[in-house]
Design a protein around this ligand. Structure first.
Ligand code: F6P
Length: 326
């Protein structure tokens, strides 16, 4: 099958739950096909520094259920330089690595695009990010777990909000995408969801609180994505307090808790399918693409295309939020 003999696998950028399951699938599929499989630690930084080791099937035992990444991860500034890319390529040659599997998100694939302009090596990307900010896939590895984590947290916040008749503003991750906030907010019955994909008019938000107050709806939970155009939880809280000084308002930034923890079953299955498919595709000569899942099927999209072209949020969904939060 093809001319690839040794592949390197790495995780890069922000970790996401399910990355370990993806590494496991890549390592075991590669070894099944008789390939040498090399783990590259700390993403591109480890590639530059030659932090590379040969992996056996047992190196990935007992990791499918673990969050984080056994290969560790990093955001490498050095790799953005020509010198860094050249050093990384030298290290790949030194280890006879002639194929790459890159597990990461937007930053990882942007880095890859620049690298491949300079150096030629077959590669496949896997969408490993909680943000779901890539096109070419309906889900990214880690997104489902992150949303479940956020949902569990907001459910708990609603308990204390009910007990005190308080208004809460909860800020969720997603960088400049609102998918985590949107899906978590819907699943928790949030009264308002503020996301970067739609312009936030804070006066509308305040008017909705006013309307709820008038009809004695005591609990109001606003979910705001960290990348929302108006601002984060603190800014929203300040505006609410200014207009409704008598309201008891709290804010909560959920932060990195959304990145950790055991991956959900959905993320484990997704990571396993994509990790397996990536090695198979690489061996068949399908390269410089990302393996994603669309309508339940594995599809391959050029790496240059998946970056920052994520799907728009449907108007139906936004309309639904208004109706259901009554
Ligand atoms: O890309 C994943 C993510 O968790 C984003 O949601 C967030 O904006 C960013 O990474 C945080 O990065 P860091 O862990 O470097 O603070």
């Amino acid at each position: 099958m093809g001319s690839i003999r040794n592949i390197g696998v790495m995780t890069s950028g922000g970790d996401s739950p399910g990355m370990n399951a993806a590494v496991r699938a890549v390592v075991r599929t590669g070894i099944y096909h008789g390939l040498g499989v090399y783990g590259i630690r700390r993403g591109y930084q480890g590639m530059i520094e030659g932090d590379i080791f040969k992996m056996a099937t047992t190196d990935v035992s007992n990791i499918i259920q673990r969050g984080g990444t056994i290969l560790k991860t990093a955001r490498s500034k050095d790799f953005m330089t020509e010198e860094g890319m050249d050093k990384a390529f030298e290290q790949l040659k030194k280890h006879n690595i002639d194929g790459l599997i890159l597990i990461g998100g937007d930053g990882t694939f942007r880095g890859a695009a620049q690298f491949f302009e300079r150096h030629s090596i077959p590669a496949i990307g896997l969408p490993g990010t909680i943000d779901k900010d890539l096109s070419g896939t309906d889900f990214t590895i880690g997104f489902d777990t992150a949303v479940n984590t956020a949902v569990e947290a907001i459910d708990k916040i609603r308990d204390t909000a009910e007990a005190h008749d308080r208004l809460f503003v909860v800020e969720l991750m997603g960088r400049d995408a609102g998918y985590i906030a949107l899906n978590s907010g819907i699943a928790c019955g949030a009264e308002d969801i503020l996301i970067p994909e739609t312009k936030t008019d804070i006066n509308d938000v305040l008017d909705r609180i006013d309307a709820d107050e008038r009809r004695k709806k005591a609990v109001h939970i606003i979910v705001v994505a960290e990348g929302d155009d108006f601002g984060g939880a603190k800014e929203v809280q300040e505006c609410i307090v200014k207009r409704f000084p008598k309201l008891d308002v709290r804010s909560c930034v959920l932060g990195h808790i959304q990145r950790g923890g055991a991956p959900s079953y959905a993320d484990r299955v997704l990571a396993s399918r994509l990790g397996h498919a990536a090695v198979e595709a690489l061996l068949k000569g399908n390269t410089q693409v990302m393996a994603g899942i669309v309508n339940g099927e594995v599809v391959y999209t050029p790496l240059t295309k998946v970056v920052k072209e994520f799907a728009p949020i449907s108007a139906d969904m936004l309309e639904m939020i208004r109706v259901l939060s009554a």
